[in-house]
Design a protein around this ligand. Structure first.
Ligand SMILES: Nc1ncnc2c1ncn2[C@@H]1O[C@H](COP(=O)(O)OP(=O)(O)OP(=O)(O)O)[C@@H](O)[C@H]1O
Ligand SMILES: [Mg+2]
Length: 604
């Protein structure tokens, strides 16, 4: 038996379900949930021409492996070691690539496994320079201070995440078994976390009854979650590993069922899960007392009790993959699961098709009210760094917004949207970065010739009451609180970066956003006008409290001041606050109801 409870059914699937499973695979292929063979070859083994000026031909993973060995040998030589060639290092994969479920546009998650004489500093210094000078590598960004330190880049346009783990070994055997727990004993926390991705992927595959069924179902769920704009760990939804654990759990509960049956069970069971009961694939291994990485344990750690939808990795030390989930994102995920359960029920009886499951959620048509968080820079590298910081902190803003009594739902779009524009007048700059131009015409008309870059994050807002009838809504405390937090952060480079937050109603959104679906928004778009604030429809006061922001956000502040003056509603103080009946509530509260206690996992 796999899993922490006996299976719910050992039955095999019906002929009808088997036929639907075949249809599902066809639809997944049409939807590019499988990587086409030519791209697969580029990643793993086929020879490609590196560049016109270079006679050698290599593959992405093969090249990374060779660069890693070169890097380690260089450092060993500098350390004066003899027999440097005897010291080995290697690259492993993790994430969806290792699970065998990566889609056409997925990243490759890679891990450099390094011997004990190499330091993390060497990796971020020497390895980074080696990568930087490698043909085919671009957009390199090292995020050294993150929870799992990583170097991100594109290699022949394939996004790569490269992390490193230093093992307590003098050389790394080619046939290293990463699942050997004794390896963890003398490793630092960051290395343990980095190694964990590979260990989790291997263990996940060993904990499901049929790997092929698991993979098909996971491809289906990943595609559905992407189309419905709920696939993203960083902004508070679920990322690849969390969806993988959920799918693996349902596979365990129906070990003999085919993919279509498992998909239908998946939506019903997860929609009714008795949160915060955790989803686990095996009993969590207790803290061994070695090192300071403690497995997830809500009885011992207060922080772990805050997790709303705990989905726990199987390998020691078990971690919660969903600590970013907020009240709003939980409502949204539950609503989407319920809707999908209804669709799949119809697919199973032949009154709907799989394509109906993968209809895009048009985020930019769903809400009346949006907040734009615009980070801008005068060079692209600063933008990448600044935007990374904002994205990783966006959850703080979401939590602040959803704690405002009037806000029923704060829904982040799953990714920031990049734009760049060459500006020849200062007024274009102000317009582009979302700041108000100064009153002084001379400054505003001043000529320049420079390209500016922005990354814009969107939050859809749903209010508890009808804004047209209610008083002016003051969201200045959460907005300014968030701004202050960012601007005071040392990692936010005030010299090159600016942050502006503003309100837009749906009619003021960039047109291409409103017409494009969530999945097609992945591409950055260039030279696009971001409209100025539509003053006629604003009822939102973002700047009416006592909290002050850092001076570099002055433009935005004065902008908001102006707006709040423009939009005082004379009847507001006495306007009754009414429930919003104009717009159907996008995720019904009933989507949170329903408990299936028989499925809950054992107490922890
Ligand atoms: N919140 C998290 N908690 C624990 N591990 C995580 C978390 N996010 C990422 N990881 C680890 O990093 C790996 C790669 O993350 P990533 O977001 O690329 O997901 P993925 O499974 O590779 O899916 P995708 O196809 O979207 O790339 C995960 O498989 C997991 O091992
Ligand atoms: Mg990945």
């Amino acid at each position: 038996m796999l899993g922490v409870t006996p299976p719910l059914s050992l039955a095999s699937s019906s002929q009808n379900d088997l036929r639907l499973a075949d249809e599902l695979v066809k639809v997944l292929k049409q939807q590019k949930a499988f990587e086409p063979p030519e791209k697969a070859l580029l990643r793993v083994g086929f020879l490609i021409s590196v560049s016109s000026c270079c006679s050698c031909s290599r593959t992405v993973l093969d090249t990374l492996n060779k660069l890693t060995k070169r890097f380690v040998h260089e450092v060993c030589r500098e350390q004066g070691l003899t027999e440097v060639e005897m010291v080995n290092a290697k690259v492993l994969t993790y994430g969806s690539y290792r699970l065998g479920v990566h889609a056409e546009d997925a990243d490759i998650d890679t891990l450099c496994v390094l011997p004990r004489n190499i330091t993390r500093y060497d990796f971020f210094d020497r390895m980074r320079s080696i990568l930087q000078s490698q043909p085919g590598i671009e957009k390199l960004n090292a995020v050294e201070e993150s929870y799992v330190p990583v170097i991100k880049f594109k290699f022949y346009n394939i996004p790569i995440d490269l992390v490193c783990a230093i093992l307590p070994l003098s050389t790394i055997p080619e046939d290293l078994n990463v699942n050997n727990p004794s390896l963890l004993r003398f490793m630092d926390q960051r290395c343990i976390r980095s190694l964990n991705g590979t260990r989790v992927a291997d263990e996940l595959l060993s904990l499901v009854p049929h790997v092929n069924t698991f993979r098909t179902v996971l491809r289906c769920i990943k595609l559905w979650a992407t189309k419905r704009a709920i696939y993203s760990n960083v902004v508070g939804f679920l990322g690849g590993v969390a969806w993988a654990i959920l799918v693996a759990r349902i596979c365990q509960l129906y070990p003999n069922a085919c993919a279509s049956t498992v998909v239908s069970k998946f939506f019903r069971i997860i929609a009714q899960w008795n949160w915060p009961s955790p989803v686990i694939l095996k009993a969590i291994e207790e803290y061994s007392g070695n090192g300071d990485v403690q497995p997830w344990n809500p009885r011992m750690n207060i922080k772990d009790r805050e997790h709303r939808m705990p989905i726990i990795t199987p390998s020691y030390p078990s971690m919660c993959t969903t600590h970013n989930v907020t009240l709003s994102s939980m409502k949204i995920i539950s609503g989407e699961l319920n809707m999908a359960a209804g669709i799949v029920d119809r697919v199973m009886i032949g009154s709907a098709s799989w394509d109906d499951l993968f209809k895009e959620n048009i985020f930019f048509q769903r809400y009346e009210h949006y907040i734009q968080v615009i980070v801008s820079a005068d060079d692209h590298l600063s933008l990448i760094e600044g935007a990374g910081l904002i994205e990783s902190r966006l959850r703080q803003l979401l939590m602040k917004l959803e704690s405002a009594p009037q806000v029923s739902l704060a829904h982040p779009f799953i990714e920031g949207i990049e734009a760049s524009r060459r500006c020849t007048e200062m007024r274009q700059v102000y317009d582009f970065i979302g700041a108000k131009p100064p009153a002084n015409q001379q400054i505003s008309n001043a000529e320049i010739d420079q390209t500016f870059y922005t990354k814009t994050f969107y939050i859809g807002l749903y209010f508890r009451f009808d804004l047209k009838r209610a008083s002016t809504l003051n969201l200045s405390a959460p907005i300014n609180g968030f701004k202050k937090q960012i601007l005071q952060n040392d990692a936010f480079d005030n010299k090159h970066l600016q942050l502006h937050i503003r309100y837009l109603d749906r009619s003021s959104l960039p047109q291409e956003l409103v017409s494009a679906g969530s999945a097609t928004m992945k591409r950055a778009y260039e030279d696009t006008d971001i409209p100025s604030i539509n003053t006629a429809s604003i009822h939102l006061d973002l700047n009416n409290d006592n909290s002050n922001s850092n001076s570099s956000s002055n433009n935005s502040e004065s902008n908001n001041e102006q707006n709040s003056r423009n939009h005082k509603n004379p009847s507001s103080p006495t306007s009754p606050i009414t429930m919003n009946t104009n717009e159907p509530y996008p995720y019904t509260p009933s989507s949170l109801a329903g408990v299936n206690s028989t499925l809950s996992v054992p107490s922890i």
